[in-house]
Design a protein around this ligand. Sequence first.
Ligand code: NAP
Length: 258
Amino acid sequence: MNANPLAGRHALVTGAARGIGAEIARTLAAEGATLTLLGRDLDALQRLAATLAGQGHGAAVADVADEAAVRTAFAQAAKERGPVAILVNNAGAAESAPFLKTSAALWQRMLSVNLTGTFLCTQAALPGMLDAGWGRIVNIASTAGQKGYAYVAAYTAAKHGVIGLTRALALEVARKGVTVNAVCPGYTDTDILRTSVANVVGKTGRSEADALAEFSSVNPQKRIVQPAEVADAVRWLCGEGAGAVTGQSISVSGGEVM
Ligand code: NAP
C-alpha cells in the first residue's frame, strides 16, 4: 500500500475554512496532496493550512461567485503549487424560505454560490488538468441535488444543477483522464445544520434536541452524518482506484437516497 497516494498532486478545496471543506483538506493532505485552501476568511484558511500534514500548503482568498477573483486566485495558486490536479468544489450555503417568500435576491444568492461558483472554479482548473492528462473534480452537492425538500427551493434547484453540470462535463472529458463526480451529503454536523436547527427552534419554539431529532429522522440510520464520512468518499474518488468512476452522484446519507 502507498502511504501517500496523492503525493505530488496539487489539490484545491473551496470553502475550506470550516465544516466539510476543512475535513476534506485534512484528509487529502494526509494522503500526501499539497493543498490550496480557498475561501473568504484568509486568517482561518492560513491557520488551517499550518495544521495540515505535509508541507507547502497555502491559502487563497476568493468569493467563488466572483469570476475575476476566482481567476486571480487560481492563477496565483498554480504559480505557487503547480497546476491544480484535484478540485473539490465544496463552498456552499443553504438559505431557507417558503417558495412564495423566496425573493429573487435569495434565489440568485443560492445559484451564485452553489452552482455558478462550481462552474467558475471548474473552468479555472480544467485547462491544467487537460494539459496534464489527469484530473479529479469532485463537486459537493447534496441529497438536495437528488430529491426535493420543502422550504429550500433555491438551494435544491442549485444542487440539482450541480449534478447536471457534473454529468455533462464527465461525458465531455471522459477520454481525457479527468473524472467528474458529485458527493451528496445528507444532514451533516456543520454550521449549516446548526443554523437550520436554530431556525427551527426560533420559528417553532421547539427544543434544540427535538429539532435535531427531526433532521436525524430522515436518515434511515437515524443519525447525523459526520464531515469525516463525506471527506472519505472524496478521498476515494481522488485516488487511482476510482479512475473508472465518473459522472456519478454518491449519496453519503445513511440510505436517505437510493
Ligand atoms: P459550512 O460549515 O457553513 O461551510 C461552508 C463553507 O463555504 C465555508 O468555509 C464558507 O466560507 C464557504 N463559502 C460560503 N460561501 C462562499 C463563497 N461565496 N465563496 C467562497 N466560499 C464560500 O457548511 P458545510 O456544511 O461544511 O458545507 C459544505 C458543502 O456541503 C456545501 O456545498 C453544502 O451545500 C454541502 N452540504 C452540507 C450539508 C450539511 O448538512 N452540512 C448537507 C449537504 C450538502 P466562509 O468561512 O468564508 O463563510
